[in-house]
Structures are given as C-alpha cells and as structure tokens.
Design a protein around this ligand. Sequence first.
Ligand SMILES: [Ca+2]
Ligand SMILES: [Ca+2]
Ligand SMILES: [Ca+2]
Ligand SMILES: [Ca+2]
Length: 534
Amino acid sequence: MKKIFVLILIVPSLCWGLTFKSDGTVVDKQGNIISQKGVSLDVSNDSYTGDVNIYNYSHTNVLNGKVDFVFGGKYISKKSLDPKTKRYFMPNNTFERSFQKHFPGWFYKTGISWGNFDNEGHQDIIVGGNQNACMPDKERELQSGGSGTCESDGLLLSEYPQIVPFTIKGSKFNEIENQQNKLIYKDKSYGNGAWRVVIDDFNQDGIDDFFIPVAVSQFIGGHWDSRGPNQVFVSNKNGYWEQSKHTGYLVDKKNNTFMGFSHGVTANDIDNDGDTDLITTYFEGSICHINDGHGNFNAKICHPDMAFAITSGDFNNDGNIDIVVAGHHCPGGKLDYLRECSAERGGNKGVKLVLGDGKGIFKKTSQILPWASTNNGKFVYSHIVEMTTWDFDNDGDLDIAGSHVGPWYSGGVMLVYENVDGQFKIAETVDFIQPNPDWVDKKSWNSEIKHEAKGNPYNSYCHSSILIDVNLDEKMDIYCDAVVHDAHNGYFFINKGNLKFAKMGPDEMKKTGWVNYYPFFKDFNQDQTYKPVR
Ligand SMILES: [Ca+2]
Ligand SMILES: [Ca+2]
Ligand SMILES: [Ca+2]
Ligand SMILES: [Ca+2]
C-alpha cells in the first residue's frame, strides 16, 4: 500500500462544484426564485442579486442569470474589487511569505480560499499552511514516501492552527483582521496541511463556514497512518465558529472528527435538499458527506474508485449534480511510467464522468475522459492535481479546467475540457513547465526524475484553480493558487474566448491595471496572539 501514497503527499488538491439551472431561472440557496440578471461592470449593481446581507456573496452567483453555483471558496468575486479603480485586490507573495514571520510554527502557505465572514462588503479569506511540526527528519520522510508526514499521537498534528481566517475591510482593503481566536476547537486537534479549504454557508445563517480537508499522513507510535483530522467549523450566534459533528465512515467517534486523506474535495447539493454537501477523495473510494442542514455531516463511500481529484456540477444538464472523479489517466503500456493503473497498485481505471441521480448516488459512468500527452504521445500528463468547473465558453454547459502533471509531478499543463453534449474533449493545454523532450520511455524519464520527495525542476502546478473574471470581460479567468514558493503561484490564465487561455505572471499583471495587491502589514497579528478556545 505504501507506494500508492507516494504520489500524493506533495500535492493536495482542491475543487468545488456548482449547480447548473438549465431553465434560466435563478434560485438562491433557500430555494427562492430571484430575478435574472446579467453581469454588470458596475460593482454596486453586479452579478449578485438580492440583499447581500442575506445572500452570501462568496458562493451564490447568478452569472448570465442561469447558474446557481457552489464555489466552495474558489471564486474571487466582484466583492474583491476596489469600487473606485475597478481593480481586484489580491494577496501577493510578500503578504503570503509574511505568515512565517508572524504566525508561530508556520512553515509555508499552501492555499487561500475566499468567503464572507462578516457581511461587511468585501470578500474575506482563509489562508492555509503547513506547520513545522509536520516535518520530521529527512530520512524518515523519504521512508514514508513524501513530505507532509507528521509525528503525532493520532489527532494533534501541530501546535497551532494551520489556518488563519481573516476579515478584510476598508476602502483600500487594508484592514485585515485575524479571526483565529474565534475558532472553537472541540477536539484537541489543529490538524496540518490546509491545502484546499472549502468555504460555504453550511448551516445557512448568512455567515460562511468552512471544511478543512487534510491530506497528511502521520506516524502514530512509530506506525504509519495515512489519515488525518478533517474538521468542519460552523458559525454560531456569538460570531465564533464551532466544530460541528461528523458521523459515519472514517469518523473518530470520540471526537466526532472525520479522519481521511482528502487530497481532492468538491462541494455541491448532491441530494437536492437545499444544503451544501461535500465529497472527498480517498483510497477506498470517494466519500460523500451529507449535510443535515446545520453543518453536521454523515460520511459514506459513494463511488468505489481510488481518486485524488474530484469536481462536480450538472454536466449533462438534467438537474442532478454529477462528478468527475480522477485517480490517474491510464494510457496503458510503456506510457504508464509508474503503473498507477495496475490492479496491484489500486486498480485505478482512469478519469471518469459519473452521473448523479439527485439523491446522492453516483453509479452511471458516462465517459472516461481523454488525456493530454507530449513528446509524440510518449509522455502523458497522467496525474490530476485538481479540477474546477465553470462554463468557460459561455455556451450553457459546464466545462472543466485543472492541473494535469506527469508522473511524480514532472512537467505539467493547465488542461481545459470542453463540454460537448455532456461529454468532455480537450480544448486547450497551457504549459506549466515543459517536460524534457528526451522523456520517451520510463528509462529516459527515470534518468532525471528519481523520487517525488526529492523534488524536480519540472515540478509546478496550481493547487487550486480559482475562478475570477480579472479583466471584467465576462469570460471567466483562472487564478493559480499554489504553495508560496511554486513558480506559478499567483499566475493568471486569461480566458481569450473559444476556450483558449494565455498565461500571465504577477509582474505582467501589475502592468495591466487589473489588479492591486494587499498592502503589506507587518503588524497585522499584533495583539492577536493565538489563545485556544475550547
Ligand atoms: Ca454559516
Ligand atoms: Ca444537500
Ligand atoms: Ca446531471
Ligand atoms: Ca461550456
């Protein structure tokens, strides 16, 4: 089993899902019909309808009047625009690197999610990271097959929380307040490695809540375990967030905490009862977490394949949420350098589109998705780090974009699938770092790429593809959220129409007039020393 895990430890992914209404009606999360409205460049009259004090502007959007969308925190909305300059305020590298200095135990930033924590008018964020406690000695780390492995007694993986929720206020987005002290932990865990935090209003009280999928393994008394605590925090009446109750598969019953290896995650109302549910990936299959309407979740396996990335949406426009569940692409033969698709390695059977029945059941495989390759078809981008869904070509069906990389994350592309009558075909690939042209078989590849945990110079990808219409042309672009030191962290993939995308780095973006960056606050954590609330 050990080797199966090797490929994943560096990479956690984040996804989310969305609901698609084909009849053009806009329905809010409570099921009320609200008016159709196009996207306007006027921030005071943008794509959100209704009272923003009631409707959470981080997740329900009515783009073109026909999409009821669960963003799961992976959307930078017009509530991140400076109303005067029409520029988005974005975190920059300096902001992201400052966490190591100001937060005890902080190793590096792994991901950011966008939400609404105070109904104040701006989008707020959760910054997630790795904690130092999770990095034991090199020798042991290599034995375990990757970075991110923790020494642990089973639950407590780090000394301090691995997430920092912030509220952002002020006309210059310069009032950034640490909300860490408003987290009420009911178990003793802080977890570690928050890569793809899901944000949504799970208990429907108008303030966003969050789920922290964790994909870190641990040594418990010298014994290696792939699972870690995945916590849900739900807003309470006092302006705090409390851990909610998890039941079902892989749940630690003493603490009511879900213990998984959740490399992939997506959020959507899969059982059509009006609240947002979750799906996480795992070795034994994908796990559906059904919301009871109050942010308590019951977990059960709902698709049998081992997977590492997942996204959801109504891909065939029949009103039910479907999933695309990804272990690895399986081209077969010599192209499968690591034999991830063989029976003895988990029996992965490719990347599948699986139709939902609207009751939370996913059984009907509709398609095995095609893979991208280079070097004359000899090198396949076989591993899927993450996927997200949106109607990128504005033709009324949901397309998919995400980071596909070679074995051990050597070489990679941003890959965009076009939805054609409910089936996916590759519309675009944009290189992260091109693989070596000499890699035509396992031997040539292996002469350069030795081990995932040792890294390689071809390793770059997005941990999450974040949706943002950065140039306000009503074509959704992608912001690349990655670990702070990744070569493509903070890059944009600009939607040029017809599902063609152009890559732009932060330096180029500064010249476009589309973005501003948060000012650097050297003392934003002052007087806000973390005090655990339990
Ligand atoms: Ca809430
Ligand atoms: Ca539901
Ligand atoms: Ca469907
Ligand atoms: Ca489309």
